[in-house]
Design a protein around this ligand. Structure first.
Ligand code: NAD
Length: 467
């Protein structure tokens, strides 16, 4: 028995089978939820296809009103959603509350936008306009680290642009998404929003489906490659938001005491399971020891606990498979560097790992070269900023990066040479619904959010009229 339902063609329906969702803080079952069959996925895509023309005909103002209603109803159930998010995902309740608040703010941002045509020429001979037409059915595929916020990256611009959507959450974090389906059922016409779940077995079916016009995918680079390959047969549009291995370069003039808490927060938020987390720190020789010690002190004093416990700063890793991967990275880090804080799994039920700082480590080791996606931070010493930049740029990934210095101009000049889609000066991990979001190199293709992200949910049509 479960009180969770899929959303297909406006109806909240049972899945063909059931699956268990685990609470990562206890490793015990949290809930049973529906698991869709391939036939149910086909029904969802068909419903989205049938609903799309009428949804497009409503126009952006009415579509925006529906989005605003969704944001209001999410705000109305924010605390319930936040507690459920902590239980299924593991993050501390304060972070879960932020995720819900950000999600409704992102939905509200797009609710207030327009998709008006742009005049590119109006001369004696011709009037040329660029129109933003809908693409059709959008498939949104979501990972487990920000189950709701990453829907709020995709659903609002996709719907505002006149598309309909089929959303598939990660099998380990489907619950908040299914609750969102209840809100969507009250707000949108049937078929406009559909939510299906799987046990990691239906993603390929969705991305290869002939009636899906665009895939908006967030997840690992490995799965991103499969998504791109399966989109090729029907030449679907794809936006891929993939992995990152963000470097933070700390220059000689930076104050270690002042910046350490900011770097620590950007590296250990959501137990390090953030695509844009700081994943490697390159620190100048003159500040190296002091920065390592400040970071280690923050790691030693961080409260690691069940996200629902008062005062918890770092929760468990989200699932067993990922926990096993992070444990194997811990073991390799101890061999390739000096562990000055943490270094062990925590002996309690659930997938907890001590926040870990590793110094005297260099490029060419697993912890530096791979995306750890967990609470382990390597700090690498450098003498020459050009060398640090070359190492930061040697990754195949290029999501974000930051430069830290008391001279903002010097930092900005270096930051501009990072091969990354998003760079910051004296901060990291700052973004918003009006700011384009996306990666360089193998961290992704295309942008989300901002005007650029909205445009990616449209087919540009040039209308060229003779005079
Ligand atoms: P994942 O790639 O394993 O799974 C992501 C989603 O893809 C899940 O819903 C999964 O069920 C689905 N999927 C699995 N196989 C598929 C297939 N063959 N075709 C289509 N879909 C398929 O990623 P994850 O482990 O859930 O998330 C962690 C990764 O996501 C990290 O690498 C992280 O950096 C990345 N991430 C990136 C961003 C970003 O914006 N760049 C944001 C969050 C997470």
């Amino acid at each position: 028995m479960t009180d969770y339902r899929l959303l297909i063609n406006g109806a909240l329906v049972e899945g063909d089978t059931l699956m268990h969702v685990i609470n990562p803080a206890t490793a015990e079952p949290l809930a049973t939820c529906p698991r869709a069959s391939r036939a149910q996925v086909d029904c969802a895509i068909h419903a989205a296809k049938v609903a799309q023309p009428a949804w497009a005909d409503l126009g952006p103002r009415k579509r925006g009103k529906c989005l605003a209603l969704l944001a209001d109803s999410l705000d109305g159930r924010a605390e319930e959603f936040a507690r459920l998010l902590t239980q299924e995902q593991g993050k501390p309740l304060a972070e879960a509350r932020d995720e819900i608040a950000f999600s409704s703010a992102f939905i509200r941002h797009f609710a207030g936008l327009d998709v008006a045509p742009r005049i590119v020429e109006d001369s004696e001979h011709r009037r040329v306009e660029v129109h933003y037409r809908p693409l059709g059915v959008v498939a949104a595929i979501i990972p487990w680290n920000f189950p709701l916020l990453l829907i709020a990256f995709k659903l609002p611009p996709a719907l505002l642009a006149g598309n309909t959507i089929v959303i598939k959450p990660s099998p380990t974090t489907p619950l908040t998404t299914l609750r969102l389906g209840e809100l969507c059922a009250d707000v949108f016409p049937a078929g406009v929003v559909n939510i299906v779940t799987d046990d990691n077995d239906l993603g390929g079916h969705i991305t290869g489906h002939t009636d899906v016009a665009k895939i908006s995918f967030t997840g690992s680079s490995e799965t991103g490659r499969k998504v791109m390959a399966s989109a090729a047969s029907t030449l679907k549009r794809v936006t891929l938001e993939l992995g990152g291995n963000d470097a933070a370069i700390v220059l000689a003039s930076a104050d270690p005491k002042e910046i350490a808490p900011k770097i620590f927060a950007s590296a250990f938020m959501n137990a390090g399971q953030v695509c844009l987390a700081v994943k490697r720190v390159y620190a100048h020789d003159s500040v190296y020891d002091a920065l390592c010690e400040e970071l280690a002190e923050l790691a030693r004093s961080a409260v690691v606990d069940d996200g629902l416990s008062q005062g918890a700063q770092i929760g468990p890793l989200q699932n067993k498979r990922h926990y096993d991967k992070v444990i194997s990275l811990l073991a390799s880090a101890a061999e390739s560097g000096t562990v000055i804080a943490g270094g062990q799994p925590i002996d309690r039920p659930g997938y907890f790992v001590q926040p870990t700082i590793v110094r005297d480590i260099s490029d060419g080791t697993r912890l530096v070269d791979e995306e750890q996606f967990g609470p382990i931070l390597p700090v690498i010493r450098f003498h020459d900023a050009e060398d640090a930049l070359a190492k930061a740029n040697s990754s195949t990934m290029g999501l974000g990066g930051s430069v830290w210095s008391s001279d903002a101009e010097e930092a900005e000049a270096l930051a501009g040479r990072l091969e990354a889609g998003m760079v910051w000066v004296n901060k990291h991990l700052d973004f918003g619904p009006n700011i384009p979001f996306g990666g360089a190199k193998q961290s992704g293709i295309g942008m989300e959010l901002g005007d650029e992200g909205l445009a990616e949910f449209s087919q540009l049509q040039v209308v060229n009229v003779a005079k």
